[in-house]
Design a protein around this ligand. Structure first.
Ligand code: NI
Length: 153
């Protein structure tokens, strides 16, 4: 499959609800997707984007929360501490924000574009954005955190 032009998928596109596949071997194809994802993220003034959001069900994310661009492959959280809750938006769920409770501080393990394993420590906004993008890889959106109507007593 060759992706030439990617676009941001919007809820309820079924690709957003799928669990993304881990990348077994990083190729120029993945590097190209990551750079196109970064371009789309910046064009949309977003702070993060996950591959399912561009219709690709693979474990790739890009994040830039103001401290530089991360392009990560197969990211996973290995340590999490504390809690924070922020109003979050999502390029795939335009027009709404939802308050989501997440870990305040995380340590991530991932691969970079050259297949090198890297460890990233993040807190506050950056930690929140990483967790949001990891949710996308698990088919989870901010609306899945929405409060359900309380049952009547
Ligand atoms: Ni999102």
């Amino acid at each position: 499959m060759k992706e030439t032009e990617l676009s941001i998928r919007v809820f309820p596109d079924p690709v957003l609800a799928k669990v993304a596949k881990p990348v077994k071997e990083i190729t120029s194809h993945h590097r190209k997707i990551l750079s196109e994802m970064a371009q789309l993220m910046y064009e949309a003034s977003g702070v993060g984007l996950a591959a399912p959001q561009v219709g690709i069900s693979e474990a790739l994310i890009v994040v830039d929360a103001g401290s530089g661009l991360y392009k990560l492959i197969n990211p996973r959280i290995i340590i999490q501490e504390g809690t924070q809750a922020n109003e979050e938006g999502c390029l795939s769920v335009p027009g709404i924000t939802i308050k989501v409770k997440r870990a305040k501080k995380i340590t991530l393990c991932a691969m970079d574009e050259s297949a090198k394993e890297i460890i990233i420590e993040a807190e506050d906004l950056l930690a929140c954005v990483f967790q949001h993008e990891l949710d996308h890889l698990n088919g989870k959106l901010i609306i899945d955190y929405g409060e359900l109507p309380k049952p009547k007593k």
